[in-house]
Ligand binder design. Structure first.
Ligand code: ZN
Length: 459
């Protein structure tokens, strides 16, 4: 028995031992020519049309009109909701009915920013995964279609919301348009959801309801990309080559016991959301989106929030995309001129090419994740005996043909090294677990990478 176990281990363990000079990760690219071709279909002009259409509804506040008459007149959030729904249905028609268009409607009870019981509707389209074994895995893109002006309780005067968040809504819609089209010749084993929510300005109401529903129904959401204020406001100090990607450090959903463990293991910068942010950095290196992700290791902008947090609270990996520099004269403002300064969130301040680039980065991320095998499950680090090398083990992933162990110094922001494990689901590396952080990801035959999973200690 002992001899057999040794015989099985020796070639495996030796083969999986890492060389002295492991490949540097920053040098590698994971480009899929079909995904590269699909994201080229993103149209800044379509995005402009979407944003201008959203602005035409005058005021999309969650407390604005949604009665039949207003919808017919094309005014208020009800009209915006119906238009988004029709738009998703149009994309679906163009791909032979490949999208399931759905709504999630509920009544929000009066609160600080909601004066009376208010119906809120999230609109979304589902591109079902092509592999029945993996269709339960979900990646999701979202933006909020509600808007506001200076007064949170004003549901009638112009609240154009071209940037906040017509831009994010347009990203979600454009991703739906081009990825549904691409799905006819490019198979996505996992499911992609294109979401637009309301109630963001009133207290993240729409996303809270949606995320809670997803959690309650046991949806396996692997990634949420929230786009909020990605219009690249045309003003001084803007950097059109960068988009900020915010990710939480300590997970909002972690229990006291989990926080204690994170503290003990030094896992403060390895939440599932942060691994997603690093994945987006990888996508940014692999595809020419026209904009580079700038990872910000913080839940959101200072003292501010957004819809990704609703998903974080339910334990889902979720990040926020926001333009490099915001212009506060052009958000949450009544449209007006004062002492020569123009206020208001108008389309003329939006850089449509920039929104297109952000949409490309989102679409490449969604397509990469939905094409990839499932992340490895039960990734363990053997810690029974004190050793200077590191042994890892994990369960096989559906769709994987190999695995990669990635690691980085504890003070490095992103993964630095990679070792391919072409056979089996174990590896021993001559690198001390004291000095680095490890993770394991699954790779398919075409080279699509899953999200990396940080190992749990196995005593
Ligand atoms: Zn917003």
């Amino acid at each position: 028995m002992v001899a057999l176990a040794l015989a099985a281990c020796v070639p495996l363990c030796v083969a999986q031992e890492v060389s002295q000079d492991p490949p540097r990760l920053a040098a590698d690219r994971h480009t899929d020519a079909h995904i590269a071709e699909a994201i080229r279909q993103v149209s800044a002009d379509r995005i402009r049309q979407t944003i201008e259409k959203l602005v035409s509804f005058q005021n999309r506040s969650t407390i604005s009109a949604q009665d039949e008459e207003s919808i017919k007149a094309g005014k208020g959030i009800g009209a915006a909701r119906e238009w988004i729904k029709a738009e998703f249905e149009r994309y679906s028609k163009d791909c032979g009915g490949c999208l399931e268009v759905r709504t999630d409607t509920f009544t929000e009870q009066p609160g600080e920013r909601i004066p009376k019981p208010t119906e809120i509707t999230n609109v979304y389209a589902v591109l079902r995964g092509s592999d029945p074994q993996q269709a339960g895995r979900i990646v999701l893109v979202t933006g909020h279609y509600d808007s506001r002006n200076s007064d949170n309780f004003n549901g009638t005067d112009p609240a154009p919301g071209a940037n906040d968040d017509g831009s994010g809504t347009a990203v979600s819609l454009e991703c739906a348009r081009i990825l549904s089209k691409a799905a006819s010749n490019l198979k996505f084993p996992a499911t992609i959801i294109f979401l637009t929510v309301a109630g963001e300005e009133q207290g993240l109401n729409g996303s809270k309801h949606f995320a809670a529903m997803a959690k309650q129904q046991g949806w396996k959401i692997e990634a949420v990309l929230n786009n909020d204020i990605v219009g690249g406001n045309l003003g001084p100090g803007q950097d059109a080559s960068a988009v900020r990607v915010f990710s939480e450090g300590l997970p909002a959903a972690a229990s006291e016991a989990e926080i204690k463990r994170i503290r003990m293991l030094g896992g403060e910068s390895d939440s599932n959301s942060r691994e997603l942010a690093r994945y987006i950095a990888d996508v940014g290196r692999s595809y020419d989106a026209g904009v580079k992700p700038l990872l910000i290791f913080r839940l959101d902008r200072f003292l501010r929030g957004g819809d990704h947090y609703s998903f974080n609270q339910q334990g889902f990996a979720a990040v926020r995309f926001t333009e490099f520099r915001e212009d506060y004269n052009h958000q949450h403002q009544n449209v007006r001129s004062e002492s020569g300064v123009e206020y208001g969130d108008l389309p003329k301040f939006v850089d449509f090419d920039y929104v297109g680039h952000v949409a490309r980065l989102n679409a490449a991320t969604l397509a990469s994740l939905a094409s990839a095998p499932a992340p490895p499950a039960n990734v363990k680090m053997m810690t029974k005996n004190l050793k200077n090398d590191t042994s890892l083990a994990w369960e096989p992933s559906a769709g994987a043909s190999a695995y990669e162990v990635v690691w980085r110094s504890t003070n490095a922001a992103d993964w630095e090294y990679v070792q391919t494990i072409s056979k089996g689901t174990r590896a021993t590396l001559q690198v001390s677990k004291d000095n680095v952080i490890f993770a394991v990801r699954a790779v398919d035959a075409a080279g699509h990478r899953s999200l990396p999973v940080v190992p749990e200690p196995e005593r």
